[in-house]
Design a protein around this ligand. Structure first.
Ligand code: SER
Length: 598
């Protein structure tokens, strides 16, 4: 019998849905393009948001993909047998085409016929209904029709059976989740699918996206009823390979083997936790690096830094040799045939590993500095005759040097001193509240809710790129972009800062195009043809065979998902576009900020 690996799972999944009219879309880059509402792609539907909202997709109304995802909210949960930051998700979509009547029987058929999970182990949940959407009797009836008995259909509330939106606004809806009963005893009489005891493992989620959450916090019916499904590759493979632990499946084996070799210990007992954290975090770091992000103190770069630093601390606990991150990173890349998707960006092996090694080195130096800082604090305490280090000082060490409180407490103990742990927790809570507030600020906009001002900034971004290419050099290429309600930010390849005169020329050229009232046309064509026509394509993305191209008069031509305004004249109502700030974004990279000034 064929071995049920991640590649096998992908192939049978694609085959099943291709036979039902679906077209394969490539996995998008981990960094969402032109969307400031989230740092990373966190679900298969995430790059499809504009299409779920009604933009036509060049490949049609039925899509299937394997998408790499990163969920930063799970960083602290990693260490058990099934949480991961980076993971792969298989999914199929109906963009206003089929709905529950097809999606549910197909899910049942795929799970029981193709993956051959016994139907009697399948448990499903459906939405119990609330003020926004009714009780999902339709899904329940469809599950009954394929043969799931009443006692294995659970009606659950919003906390369990509502999915999305990915950030604060966008498409969402009630869902129906599928769980395999592992046969373990119930942990309590109330144990049911969704319980985390490990009896029921979730394999798939069918979301019926017929609502949109807007920034006023209310729900509105979408133009079209969509289906969005997601199947976690790691978890499904664990069931297929019949393992107790995700990290024991073929997806992880090479990475775990490497860590265990470096540690000189088997993957067993309490050593499993640090090994899982290192495996998970360094795998995620490799994929983030592969998408062009580098460690920094901001946004994606900060998440990357945290992942690498957390794994190095775990490496210390395990006694791994300095420089181990490079070796584990190499194993993550060598393991590439064991992932469901194919990631050609892993070919940049040397750049990725060099960046990992450099960050490890930097962190080790930081650790040394942190220890010196702590020694100074200790001395001060002793001089004052005090015994407890304040939460504030401990939090400073935590924030600046990544020192966990246990490490600080251990160091203090050597001098018969203590850490005021409660005070530290209070300080941490205060900072978390602050950063939650600023995260909410970041979610104010983005393209997800088709806010007209953000859409205008999106079109302005195309004008900016075209203008830079005319004024500076046609070698200028987009390296990143980020749009909020207030401004646009654009990163591009260029070796030096722009002069005042150049800034003005670029601004003038853009505003002339706005005044000229150029038509913005949307066309679909094969990717190859778009390249022949000279359409700019964002270098980090992988493109499907057919793409959407936006043409702005004869001024700009770019491969892009949209949305855009229909005519550049629509930008004039927001004012004149001004470039108000420039900075460097690394060697050979410039960053410009622009906003409308009315
Ligand atoms: N978006 C849903 C999920 O992430 C289904 O794809 O679970």
């Amino acid at each position: 019998m064929e071995k049920k690996t991640a590649r096998w799972l992908r192939d049978v999944y694609f085959d099943f849905f291709q036979k039902r009219g679906h077209k394969i879309v490539p996995s998008a880059s981990l960094v969402p393009e032109g969307d400031s509402s989230a740092l990373f792609i966190s679900a298969g539907m995430h790059p499809l948001v504009p299409y779920l909202m009604g933009e036509p997709h060049p490949l049609g109304k039925r899509l299937v993909s394997v998408q790499e995802c990163l969920r930063t909210q799970d960083i602290e949960a990693v260490g058990d047998s099934y949480h991961h930051t980076w993971f792969e998700m298989l999914g199929n979509w109906s963009l206003g085409d089929y709905f529950k009547e097809e999606a549910i029987p197909w899910s049942f058929e795929f799970l029981t016929k193709v993956l051959q999970f016994p139907a009697e182990k399948l448990n499903v949940t459906v939405f119990a209904g609330d003020k926004v959407a009714p009780r999902d009797e339709v899904s329940a009836r469809l599950w009954r029709q394929v043969g799931i008995p009443e006692e294995r259909i659970f009606f659950l509330p919003r906390e369990d059976n509502w999915w999305g939106p990915v950030s604060q606004t966008g498409p969402c809806g009630p869902d129906s989740e599928m769980f395999i009963d592992t046969g373990k005893p119930k942990c309590s009489p109330d144990c049911r699918p969704g319980c985390s005891c490990g009896k029921y493992l979730e394999v798939w989620n069918d979301v019926f996206m017929e609502y949109e959450r807007r920034s006023d916090g209310r729900y509105y019916p979408l133009k079209q009823k969509n289906v969005d499904t997601g199947m976690g590759v790691e978890r499904t493979l664990r069931l297929l390979e019949n393992k107790e632990d995700d990290y024991l499946t073929s997806i992880w084996q090479e990475i775990i083997k490497k860590i265990s070799q470096l540690a000189g210990r088997p993957y067993q007992g309490e050593k499993r936790r640090p090994m899982r954290i290192i495996a998970d975090h360094l795998r995620a770091a490799v994929f983030i690096l592969a998408d062009g992000v580098r460690p920094s103190n901001k946004e994606q770069g900060y998440v990357l830094r945290r992942l690498i630093r957390r794994s190095i601390r775990q490496g210390e606990l395990l006694g791994l040799p300095a420089g181990f991150s490079r070796e584990v990173g190499a194993a993550v890349i060598a393991n590439r045939d064991n992932y469901a998707g194919e990631y050609p960006e892993l070919d940049q092996k040397e750049e990725i590993l060099a960046a990992l090694a450099a960050e490890e080195e930097r962190f080790r130096q930081t650790l040394q500095r942190g220890l010196r800082e702590l020694a100074k604090m200790t001395q001060k305490l002793q001089e004052k005759g005090e015994r407890k280090l304040s939460g504030r000082d401990a939090f400073y060490l935590y924030e600046t040097f990544g020192f966990p409180p246990e490490l600080v407490a251990e160091e203090l103990r050597k001098d018969k001193l203590e850490l005021d742990l409660a005070d530290f927790e209070k300080e941490k809570e205060r900072h978390q509240a602050l950063s939650r507030q600023s995260a909410r600020g970041r979610f104010k906009s983005g393209l997800a809710d088709h806010d007209p001002r953000s859409v205008a900034y999106h079109t302005a971004t195309h004008l900016l790129q075209a203008a830079l290419r005319r004024i500076l050099s046609n070698q200028v290429r987009q390296m990143g972009s980020n749009i909020t309600h207030e401004r646009l930010r654009f990163d591009f390849s260029y070796p030096r800062a722009l002069s005042e005169a150049e800034i003005h020329q670029v601004e003038d050229l853009i505003n002339q195009q706005i005044k000229a009232g150029l038509k913005v046309e949307r066309r679909e064509m094969p990717f190859a043809e778009s390249q022949k026509l000279g359409a700019l394509a964002f270098f980090r993305d992988r493109y499907p065979e057919r793409v959407t191209v936006y043409k702005i008069g004869d001024f700009s031509l770019e491969v892009c998902r949209g949305p855009h305004v229909k005519n550049t004249a629509e930008l004039a109502k927001f004012g004149r576009l001004v470039l108000y700030k420039q900075e460097s974004c690394g060697t050979g990279c410039r960053r410009l900020y622009a906003r409308f000034q009315g």
